[in-house]
Design a protein around this ligand. Structure first.
Ligand code: OOB
Length: 554
């Protein structure tokens, strides 16, 4: 049997691999639309999602998806269309996601923090016809203004749907109203096809899109739900952006929807909000990035609140959890910790509940599938000795074979036989557990949010007075890493003070339209850049040179 992925620009799994993955029962031929339908039939009365002022049962969820599919069809959306979804953590996000899938359209995932630069690139790459957003975001950011700007610059964009005060656009609330269900609206793609485009952290100028098929994604969801031991009584607190791959599938909201449990949505990850949601809904599970762990621990300690020990499981992933923090979580807060090391491109590793304390604290656990193939290679692409640190490459039943429409990039990021070069430095222990030791990719991991340094450097260079720029990761106790922009500045006589200059550099990046988390935390102006023997800017030396520098300009 061959796997023909019809989506232009997506790299299909080779037929011989697809056959094995089917034979072994990994790929079941189920699409995401039927996946939800099945859960609605199994658990009609269970609550699937708790939002601020609404509880949505599985039966209602599936009905809402049907209504929404028909409304979208009536608005002119069709199978094969793409739609950029940039939604806050509200239940409508899930309804829209499944409605687009049920229609046979492809959601293109975006994060609330994205701005014009990212969004316009998604429209350019996908020619998406529709955009879904909320009225306002953090700091009263008005997405409707962003939508208007996109409309002027992306001719493909024909439909704009807004949650809340839609203004001149279509209100998302109206898409969920009861309506006659149009049979012709329902044409989900088959399970071997691309279901949606997930977002990569990226290490190059343009954020890359990740085509995930129904088959591969659902395999990772089912296995994750089993590893995380989710059940009908699971209540998963979701305060990370709902569209992120961790939030969606590890085991995430889809793992919950598979198991008949409930997702408890929060729009703010502060311990105050999170703890009150945990108490209100009897939350059993929560997923966090390491940067959120400390404020949660501090609050619990301050209030002498044993809340963290009431969770059946606290998952931490997206960035390396320091061993000392893992130890504190377990020893001081009696947390049942699970480390998660994954990537939107595919491969996910978990520590398991029955592992030893040593394994849970010091490793990122085991891969999901026996058919996750893992290579640990040196700089010359040769295997390192067992247990040594090297570059992690992977191939398997839920890892993509290429980014969307990116042949040149794919030639670098994938080996000819289909292994993905993750850019992570790892070692595999004798017990099989993986340990993340670092990174070789040009990326900063700021509290789990990934910043491709090249993208920010290119944006900096659009400033007429910036001659040279390098974005470097700075270690940070709370965020894990922060970003520092080193800049060679073309001075002018009327230049303001360095502090104001730094502020104007930041403003320039905001005006350029970069996502908020990509705006450098620190800006340093330097005359001379250090170079490596290959003639590249030596970021290691930059970091060392300035680590102790107190002359911080911003
Ligand atoms: C998750 O996905 P992405 O695509 O935002 O980022 C993937 C990258 C990895 O290649 C690695 O560099 C880093 O994030 N990472 C970790 C980590 N988890 C992710 N580095 C060290 N320790 C960890 N535990 O971040 C993601 C996707 C699915 C599940 C969990 C995380």
């Amino acid at each position: 049997m061959t796997t023909q992925v019809y989506l232009d620009g997506a790299v299909p799994y080779p037929a011989e691999f697809a056959e094995i993955y089917r034979k072994k029962g990994y790929w079941l031929g189920q699409n995401l639309s039927n996946f939800l339908r099945e859960s609605a039939q199994k658990y009609p009365q269970n609550i699937a999602v708790y939002d601020a002022d609404k509880a949505v049962s599985y039966a209602e969820f599936d009905h809402l998806v049907d209504y929404c599919t028909s409304h979208l069809y009536q608005h002119g959306l069709r199978a094969g269309d793409k739609a950029v979804v940039q939604m806050p953590n509200h239940y409508q996000f899930y309804v829209l996601f499944f409605a687009l899938i049920r229609l046979g359209a492809l959601p293109v995932m975006s994060l609330p923090a994205h701005r014009f630069a990212e969004l316009s690139s998604f429209f350019k790459q996908t020619q998406a016809k529709a955009y879904f957003c909320a009225d306002f975001g953090a700091q009263k950011f008005d997405y409707r203004e962003l939508a208007e700007k996109l409309q002027q610059t992306a001719p493909c964009l024909q439909h704009i749907f807004v949650l809340g005060n839609a203004g001149k656009f279509v209100a998302i609330q109206n898409l969920l109203k009861e309506t006659h269900i149009l049979d012709e609206a329902i044409s989900p793609t088959t399970a071997d096809q691309v279901a949606f485009l997930q977002l990569s952290g990226g290490s190059t100028g343009v954020p890359k899109l990740i085509p995930r098929t129904h088959d591969d994604y659902l395999y990772s969801v089912r296995e994750s739900a089993a590893i995380c031991r989710l059940s009908q009584s699971s209540r998963l607190l979701m305060v990370l952006p709902a569209a992120h791959n961790f939030s969606m599938s590890s085991a995430g909201s889809l793992g919950i929807f598979y198991s008949g449990g409930a997702v408890v949505l929060g729009t703010d990850p502060s311990p105050e909000t999170a703890f009150s949601l945990i108490k209100k809904h009897g939350v059993t599970d929560a997923c966090l990035v390491p940067a959120l762990v400390r404020p949660w621990m501090d609050k619990a300690a301050k209030d002498q609140d044993p809340i963290l020990s009431t969770l059946r499981c606290l998952q931490v992933g997206g960035a390396r959890l320091p061993d000392a923090v893992a130890t504190r979580l377990i020893d001081e807060f009696q947390v049942n910790l699970q480390q998660v090391f994954g990537m939107a491109e595919g491969l996910v590793n978990y520590t398991h509940f029955d592992m030893t304390k040593e394994q849970i604290i010091h490793t990122q656990g085991l891969k999901i599938s026996p058919d996750d193939e893992i290579l640990v290679l040196n700089d010359n692409d040769q295997p390192v000795k067992a247990g040594e640190v090297g570059h992690l490459l992977t191939r398997g039943p839920y890892t993509i074979r290429g980014y969307y429409q990116a042949p040149e990039h794919n030639a670098r990021s994938f080996t000819p036989d289909g292994f993905y070069r993750t850019g992570d430095l790892v070692r595999i222990r004798e017990d099989g557990c993986i340990v993340v030791e670092g990174r070789s990719k040009e990326q900063i991991n700021r509290a789990g949010e990934k910043i491709a340094t090249e993208e920010v450097e290119q944006a900096l260079l659009t400033h007429p007075q910036i001659r040279l720029a390098a974005l470097v990761a700075m270690p940070d106790e709370i965020m894990g890493e922060k970003s520092c922009a080193f800049i060679a500045w073309q001075a002018q006589t009327d230049d303001p003070s360095p502090i104001r200059l730094a502020m104007s550099v930041r403003q320039h990046l905001k005006d350029y339209g970069l996502a908020t988390y990509k705006i450098p935390d620190r800006v340093e102006f330097i005359e001379q850049f250090p170079y490596t023997a290959f003639g590249k800017i030596d970021k290691k030396r930059l970091r060392q040179q300035f680590e102790t520098n107190t002359n911080v300009l911003a």
